[in-house]
Design a protein around this ligand. Structure first.
Ligand SMILES: Cc1ncc(COP(=O)(O)O)c(C=O)c1O
Length: 382
């Protein structure tokens, strides 16, 4: 019999949609959150050279010193923040880093606060370590940015940890520095540990990204190579750990994961060494796609109500369309051949929404827009 914890883990609906969409022919995929570009060429070359040089055994659990130094240098040049490499743990993707952070902070029965909407997988990490999920609403009228009052009220109530995510999945909202500073002050006053998921940093359009580390050392930062370097399948990430947790996280890493793949860590150094112009180019491409999709959604008469400033997602209110969002997503897939993700994956407050991802080429996005336009005209629903 499976454990109660395993039974409580819900499926990742975006993945279910992808599976169904893959069974159909001629589908445009706007449901996936996977970059459509290759990492800089030097990344693959470095990995191959590293394998050939025999770097295929275990490494130190917390990661190779050269990569941890390169990550520390990245914080210095990107945000002007000094992060001791001793606080950096290299992980096989950022997801295992989140598991380590949760395991280090949360005791069974402890409460972990998530925003709602939130990344679909967060509640399942909390449940896996025996924690209880509490949600704090992000309101569309605030462009899905935190209202500090809501957070203060929630964190007073003995919350153990707070997960933040900016730029955010599924909204694309970006928190400004003063919001992060205020949240960090509230967390410190209420003895709440912040876990800041910064995986979409670098993919913000016209606004600056701020790391929580600009405002406090007492926060976990989750980050990695999947999104801004297009390295999802390489499985490489890192965790910046508050000084008081370094020892515990190292022991957890040694026991649960041993280490990130050896030669992939060398590839990570090459990615961090790649010219900034490479990321600038990616960012420009995403910005063009975002603008196209935002204009299309507005033209359809659907309510966007905010401009997503980062990541590669739009959360679109479809409550004016007839039917439940799951049915609307089905209609889009079956009748127009366009796959999108129903908002229910991302929390109660997202249940009237669909998430559109623009992590795909402009031709596919244009095709999806045309198809949906035709469907909406035909069904005369907006
Ligand atoms: C907000 C967020 N955090 C973490 C992850 C996991 O990324 P990784 O590939 O580094 O495990 C994702 C992946 O989609 C994500 O959207």
């Amino acid at each position: 019999m499976t454990s109660q914890r395993a039974a409580d883990v819900s499926p990742f609906i975006a993945m279910d949609v992808l599976e169904r969409a893959n069974e159909l022919e001629d589908v445009v995929h706007l449901e996936v959150g996977e970059p459509d570009f290759e990492p800089p060429a030097r990344v693959a070359e470095t990995a191959i050279e590293s394998i050939q040089a025999g770097n295929t055994g275990y490494t130190a659990s917390r990661g190779k010193p050269a990569l941890r130094r390169a990550i520390s240098a990245y914080y210095d040049r990107t945000y002007g923040v000094n992060v001791d490499p001793g606080r950096i743990v290299v992980t096989p993707g950022s997801s295992p880093g989140l598991l380590l952070a949760m395991a280090a902070i949360v005791d069974p029965g402890d409460t972990v606060a998530l925003t709602d909407p939130h990344y679909a997988c967060y509640p399942n990490f909390v449940r896996t370590v025996g924690g209880r999920v509490e949600t704090i609403p992000l309101r569309p009228e605030n462009a899905f940015k935190p209202d500090i009052g809501d957070f203060e009220a929630a964190l007073e109530a003995s919350t153990r940890a707070l997960v933040l995510n900016s730029p955010a999945n599924p909204t694309g909202a970006v928190m400004d520095g003063s919001t992060l500073a205020a949240l960090s002050r509230t967390a410190s006053r209420t003895d709440t540990t912040i876990i800041s998921d910064e995986i979409y940093h670098g993919l913000s359009y016209g606004v600056d990204d701020h790391t929580i580390l600009e405002y406090t050392d007492d926060a976990f930062v989750l980050d990695g190579f999947s999104k801004r370097f297009g390295m999802t399948g390489w499985r490489l990430g890192w965790l910046v750990v508050p000084p008081a947790f370094v020892d515990a996280v190292n022991r957890l890493m040694q026991n649960l994961l041993i280490c990130a793949p050896n030669f992939v860590q060398d590839a990570g150094v090459a990615a961090l060494d790649s010219p900034a112009s490479q990321l600038d180019e990616v960012r420009d491409r995403y910005r063009t796609r975002r603008d196209l999709l935002v204009d299309a959604v507005t033209d359809w008469g659907l309510d966007l109500g905010y401009t997503p400033q980062g990541a590669y997602y739009l959360l679109v209110d479809v409550s004016d369309l007839p039917g439940e969002t799951l049915e609307i997503a089905d209609l889009f897939l079956e009748e127009a051949g366009v796959a999108v993700t129903p908002g229910v994956d991302f929390g109660e407050h997202a249940s009237d929404y669909l998430r559109f991802s623009y992590a795909t080429d402009i031709e596919s996005i244009t095709e999806a827009v045309d198809r949906l336009e035709r469907l909406l005209e035909r069904t005369d629903v907006v």
